[in-house]
Design a protein around this ligand. Structure first.
Ligand code: ADP
Length: 351
């Protein structure tokens, strides 16, 4: 089953433009992540796919059929929300079984399907409890189980892990990955957490202010971000971006000069990831000497904030730098292969 958003625009009654010219297509069986800051339109896109919102313009297609005016129930999709609502008076078992009961499945089939999904999520020993006897993490898993029990072709999840504490979030994330592999259905997952997106997505749609900025594999988004916004949004600590000018084969920003192999003269933004800046022992022709401003040890890494004039960069290194102190000279190399350039005006990738 192929899913397509065709040039969707969504304007709410108060005039807020939540999505604009949102055009995106993907194949059956993918794990698609909608990633972006709060308010970028991720939930709106997800709700439009589910049929919970109607686009102001454009269409949603499944296998080439326009489903824009189909009711949610007719779409064969299930959805898990951040604020999932379990039926408080039903047991865990009955909560999970509910979608199958609505469809009139027989008791034997219901039991088999409920067990299977509960085993996948490690919640089979909770069957007799009621929602108020569950921890937040357990309740979230029950909500996921209820969404998956009838094996919908498409499962939509809107920030489903955001109520979980950090460790449980990591565990549930790994489980979702495994379940996706086992079920081989399409998952659409909304998050503002770039690490979660990188870990889960077969492809990630990055949104900013209602627009689709980039849609690609996690690797491509990390290695070839389409804009400065994507570059800064993906990866922690964020990619260093430096405003300057390219002239005579160099990028210059204040006292910083970096050779540019493929120069396009004019104002530009230089980008380099903190983990790709190399610490070297000696000054040299392609080496920049900077001053250590802040050192943060985040085992096993160390983060160094270095300055030269007005320019400041963060370096992430695994090297032992216990001898370094604020004010010391630090020699770094910015390898040409690790440099990104973006247009100053609109942030578009230049090379
Ligand atoms: P995200 O999921 O990325 O946080 P949303 O899709 O929820 O973003 O919202 C996108 C924009 O639309 C935001 O500016 C939000 O305030 C606005 N919005 C969402 N729902 C409504 C609504 N029902 N009425 C008016 N504005 C809304």
């Amino acid at each position: 089953m192929a899913i397509a958003f065709r040039r969707i625009r969504k304007v709410f009654d108060d005039g807020t433009v939540a999505l604009d010219d949102f055009d995106l297509g993907f194949e059956n069986g993918e794990f698609i992540v909608f990633l972006g800051p709060s308010g970028s339109g991720k939930s709106t896109a997800c709700r439009i796919l589910a049929g919970l919102e109607t686009p102001s313009k454009g269409a949603v297609e499944v296998d080439g059929n326009d489903i824009t005016s189909l009711a949610p129930r007719q779409r064969g999709m299930s959805m898990v929300f951040q604020h999932y609502a379990l039926y408080p008076h039903k047991t865990v078992y009955e909560n999970i079984a509910y979608p199958l009961r609505v469809r009139g499945e027989n008791e034997g089939e219901i039991e088999r399907a409920v067990r299977e999904v509960a085993d996948m999520l490690g919640i089979a020993d909770l069957f007799r409890r009621r929602p108020k006897q569950l921890s937040g993490g357990e309740a979230q898993r029950v909500a996921v189980a209820r969404a998956l029990v009838w094996k919908p072709e498409i499962c939509l999840m809107d920030e489903p892990l955001s109520n979980l504490d950090a460790l449980l979030r990591l565990q549930t994330r790994a489980e979702l990955k495994r379940i996706h592999r086992e079920l081989q259905k399409t998952f659409v997952f909304v998050t503002h957490d770039q690490e979660e997106a990188m870990s889960l997505g077969t492809r990630i749609a990055v949104l900013d202010r209602g627009r689709l900025i980039q849609f690609d594999t996690p690797q491509a988004i990390y290695h070839r971000p389409a804009t400065r916004f994507v570059a800064e949004f993906i990866g922690r600590p964020a990619m260093n971006t430096i405003d300057g000018t390219i002239e005579a084969g160099n990028f210059r920003a204040g006292e910083l000069t970096v050779p540019m192999p493929d120069p396009m003269p004019g104002p530009a933004v230089l980008g380099i990831r903190p983990e790709q800046i190399e610490l070297v022992d000696q000054p040299g022709p392609d080496v920049v000497t900077m001053t250590l401003d802040i050192k943060e040890v985040v085992e096993p890494d160390t983060l160094l904030t270095l300055k030269r004039g007005e320019v400041s960069v963060v370096v992430r290194t695994l090297r032992q730098v216990s001898g370094l102190q604020t004010g010391d000279d630090v020699h770094v190399r910015l390898p040409a292969s690790a440099l990104h350039t973006f247009a100053s005006q609109d942030g578009r990738r230049l090379s």
